[in-house]
Write a protein that binds this ligand. Structure first.
Ligand code: HEC
Ligand code: HEC
Ligand code: HEC
Ligand code: HEC
Ligand code: HEC
Ligand code: HEC
Ligand code: HEC
Length: 352
């Protein structure tokens, strides 16, 4: 509904990770391979494998257990919801009645292969991780939940992806006003949140709803609206300086630890990110640093010169392995690399 008028933003937004933070399974959104040879995942248990198959009824995952030389037992569930745009990976959800669960096999972008879903043990078949409202609060835009157990939802209520209104608040009034534009007096308020008009704290809170970790909800999911004080809704975990970077969104905590943040009143997420466009090329963010710094200020400038210091990002916001979220697959431990948002000076081991 927003895109009909804001066409340019709508077009680039449709390619973003937010748009694909969750989606219905389709050829467009499904990144893993379902073709024979690459559709099997081995586990640390030689008698257990997982198979990914596609039929006219949809995409499926099966756990196949060899219980004797001639006998196999299996359990098959359909992939009903895709989570993740696959920058790092994708995890899949399935309905059992009106309860939503996580499937055992995840697609891992780094290796281009199927892996054991993070938090499931390697080598035993599990289909039992309940998908709680907080998960959908970060990865989807709307859902209605039902009396316990905690993972019961009205199936047809799900609105997938992080849509415009998650960051701009409810837009019905704004749309109605613009459709009747001619009859509106000049100076009528827009009836929509423009985050750039919020204080820095409230801007950070908006992103922090999803980019500062799970936290402990103090209010029902979906209560927070752009402009609200996040601490009233979620008890956000505090991270000590030694804490490992977390794939699940400690960007707020890590950025706040930076001198750049602490010594200014303006630095916020949108100093660097335009969330209406895919954010892909890390080095391309370097000009953002130069809005406050000069390359000559860099301690390495004398040694490396203009060319050698052009990419500020890889030295001052290094990619590091997440020690918080990982997959144990077929006896190996896989850790995704995340961009540390604490802008700072790092020891040589992190500098590429
Ligand atoms: C009927 C046309 C129309 C629709 C539909 C529409 N907008 Fe707008 N919107 C406008 C116009 C016109 C403006 C003012 C000029 C501009 O900034 O483009 C505007 C301005 C805005 C602004 C800036 C407000 C400010 O205070 O600076 C935001 C944010 C916004 N729209 C978001 C949305 C979102 C989110 C949706 C969907 C819920 C939406 N719009 C749907 C026409 C529309
Ligand atoms: C409703 C939850 C939610 C809110 C609010 C939110 N994000 Fe995100 N964001 C996500 C999720 C989920 C992902 C991961 C999507 C994926 O890759 O599947 C993500 C990914 C990103 C990425 C990396 C992907 C990319 O676009 O290249 C950036 C950067 C980002 N968010 C910045 C922001 C900023 C800045 C804000 C505040 C203006 C914000 N987000 C608000 C949920 C949210
Ligand atoms: C507190 C908000 C939050 C919660 C809760 C949350 N996520 Fe995420 N998730 C994110 C953000 C933010 C990212 C992107 C992080 C990054 O790139 O650093 C992400 C990344 C992911 C990715 C990788 C996406 C990609 O494109 O690489 C998957 C898959 C995923 N989440 C699935 C889930 C599932 C399934 C649940 C619930 C069972 C869940 N997440 C709970 C915020 C959340
Ligand atoms: C992840 C959060 C997020 C999502 C999703 C999002 N926006 Fe925004 N939007 C922002 C932020 C933050 C700003 C303020 C940008 C700034 O400070 O430079 C903004 C600014 C705007 C503006 C006014 C400023 C301008 O550049 O004209 C419009 C209009 C707008 N967004 C429309 C949309 C529409 C339409 C969508 C969906 C297609 C959308 N936004 C999705 C966060 C978001
Ligand atoms: C909004 C302005 C602003 C932006 C944008 C900014 N910085 Fe800073 N940065 C500062 C300020 C102010 C300081 C503190 C200077 C001081 O204390 O002497 C600082 C300090 C630093 C330091 C010293 C950190 C330490 O722990 O000693 C480094 C390194 C740095 N910035 C690099 C960067 C890089 C790289 C970028 C881009 C990714 C960046 N900055 C973006 C304002 C900014
Ligand atoms: C090859 C890695 C590398 C690149 C590229 C790089 N830096 Fe640095 N930078 C460093 C190191 C290492 C230090 C610490 C030097 C020292 O303590 O003598 C540093 C120090 C700094 C400082 C702190 C200086 C002080 O006196 O406290 C700033 C500010 C800075 N860099 C900004 C930048 C900016 C802006 C860019 C991009 C234009 C950049 N750096 C590119 C490695 C790099
Ligand atoms: C000083 C610049 C800067 C600021 C400020 C900044 N980011 Fe980033 N962010 C980056 C860069 C650079 C990347 C790497 C982009 C890439 O690899 O394509 C990145 C990547 C991300 C990603 C993807 C994470 C990953 O590991 O791939 C998320 C999510 C994100 N930022 C969220 C945020 C949020 C939320 C804020 C505010 C709390 C924020 N960023 C503030 C520069 C910044």
């Amino acid at each position: 509904m927003c895109r009909s008028c804001h066409q340019e933003k709508g077009k680039t937004y449709a390619e973003t990770a937010h748009h694909f933070a969750s989606s219905w399974p389709s050829q467009r959104t499904m990144k893993g391979s379902f073709t024979p040879d690459s559709n099997v995942m081995k586990t640390a248990n030689p008698y257990l494998t997982f198979e990914m198959t596609v039929t006219e009824q949809g995409y499926f995952q099966s756990a196949v257990e060899k219980v004797s030389p001639t006998k196999k037992i299996s359990r098959t569930e359909r992939i009903d919801v895709v989570t993740g745009s696959a920058r790092k990976g994708q995890t899949y959800l399935f309905w059992k009645g009106d309860q939503l669960f996580q499937l055992p096999v995840t697609y891992w972008t780094d290796t281009g292969s199927w892996v054991n879903s993070p938090s499931y043990p390697d080598g035993s078949p599990h289909f039992d991780k309940a998908v709680i409202p907080r998960c959908l609060e970060c990865h989807a835009s709307y859902f209605e939940w039902m009396p316990p157990p905690v993972n019961r939802y009205r199936k047809t209520s799900l609105v997938l992806g992080v849509t415009c209104e998650k960051c701009h608040g409810p837009g019905r009034q704004h749309v109605a006003r613009h459709r009747l534009k001619s009859s509106l007096p000049a100076g009528t308020p827009e009836a929509i949140v423009n985050p750039s008009a919020l204080s820095r704290d409230r801007q950070i809170d908006l992103c922090g709803l999803c980019h500062s970790g799970n936290g402990t909800p103090l209010q029902p999911a979906l209560s927070f609206l752009p402009g609200d004080v996040l601490a009233d809704y979620i008890d956000i975990p505090y991270y000590s300086a030694e804490e490992a970077v977390d794939v699940h969104g400690s960007q707020v905590q890590t950025l706040k630890r930076s001198k750049c943040f602490q010594s200014t009143t303006t630095l916020t997420c949108t100093t660097c990110h335009d969330v209406h466009k895919p954010q892909v090329d890390a080095a391309a963010f370097s000009p953002r640093c130069l809005t406050c710094h000069e390359a000559k200020q860099c301690g390495e400038y004398a040694k490396l010169g203009e060319q050698g210091t052009r990419n500020c990002i890889d030295c001052h916001m290094p990619l590091q392995e997440s020690r918080v979220l990982f997959s144990n697959t077929n006896g190996k431990k896989l850790m995704p690399k995340v961009r540390n948002h604490q802008i700072g000076i790092y020891a040589g081991e992190n500098v590429h």
